[in-house]
Design a protein around this ligand. Structure first.
Ligand code: KIV
Length: 261
């Protein structure tokens, strides 16, 4: 019997010498692969809006579209913890809406916890969802659902005042009951400062090497998405090129009557 990664396991990663690994996934096959490698945390990110559904940013993706893919990831992940990313307008409006939609991810799609974007202003939602028995991961810094408010995908926390605000947000999110915190697009020193001064594990993406864990987008890491590549992404391979070459070969072999042979 395979052992599922628990909340206690993630909490214990705080301050560990070996950073823990997280990655996004959006379907059964990729979740199975990630799970087989022993990556403890899979985020079904709302980045699906762009890499799966082809929207320009993360704002349009709906609860229905997210529920659909979260359930396929849940079926593929036997050990990893599955985190459902709450899409824009599924939690901002009220605590009640947030609890109801977080509950749908757990009850209907088999996720183990949820993630939502925002600082102090989202603490009532974090508290409400957590009090309903659903673990929550916070997300501050470059929060893509606020792309218009932030005037683009820009590193956050560069000024003293903004860095202080993000640190206060991190403390508030922790106090509201979140069990981990994603830090996206912040200077390394700020990532280090927040990590060293809160008790819950931080998960960095473009936040430097001092976070307790690191997360990357599956499609960025494998070179599957060529529309847009964030600065912090590391391409470990170029599957886009490999898939293109294989498709070209298939097309050629059928058209030249070499396949089936
Ligand atoms: O949606 C997503 O993929 C995310 C990660 C980048 C943290 O929120």
């Amino acid at each position: 019997m395979l052992k599922r990664v628990t909340l206690d396991f993630i909490k214990k990663q705080k301050g560990s010498k070996t950073p823990f690994v997280a990655i996004t996934a959006y379907d059964f096959t990729s979740a199975k692969l990630v799970d087989s490698v022993g990556i403890p945390l899979i985020l079904v990110g709302d980045s699906a809006a762009m890499v799966i559904y082809g929207y320009e940013n993360t704002i349009p993706v709906t609860m229905e579209e997210m529920l659909f893919i979260v359930s396929s990831v849940s079926r593929g992940a036997k050990q990893s913890m599955v985190v459902a990313d709450m899409p824009f307008l599924s939690y901002q409006q009220s605590v009640e809406t947030a609890i109801l939609n977080a509950g749908k991810f757990i009850k209907l799609a088999g996720a183990h916890c949820v993630k939502l974007e925002g600082g102090l202003e989202m603490c009532p939602q974090i508290k409400g969802i957590t009090n309903s028995g659903i673990p929550v991961i916070g997300h501050i810094g470059l929060t893509p659902q606020s792309v218009h408010k932030l005037s683009g995908y820009k590193v956050q926390g560069k000024t003293k005042a903004n860095a202080k605000k993000l640190y206060q947000d991190a403390l508030s999110i922790q106090a509201a009951g979140a069990f981990a915190l994603v830090l996206e697009g912040v200077p390394e020193e700020l990532g280090q400062h927040i990590t060293a001064n809160i008790d819950i594990p931080t998960i960095g993406i473009g936040a430097g090497k001092y976070c307790d864990g690191q997360i990357q987008v599956y499609h960025d890491l494998l070179g599957l998405f060529d529309t847009f590549s964030p600065k912090h992404a590391k391409k470990y391979t170029n599957l886009n090129e490999q898939i293109y070459d294989s498709l070209m070969k298939y097309k050629f072999e059928v058209e030249s009557c070499q396949f089936p042979d």
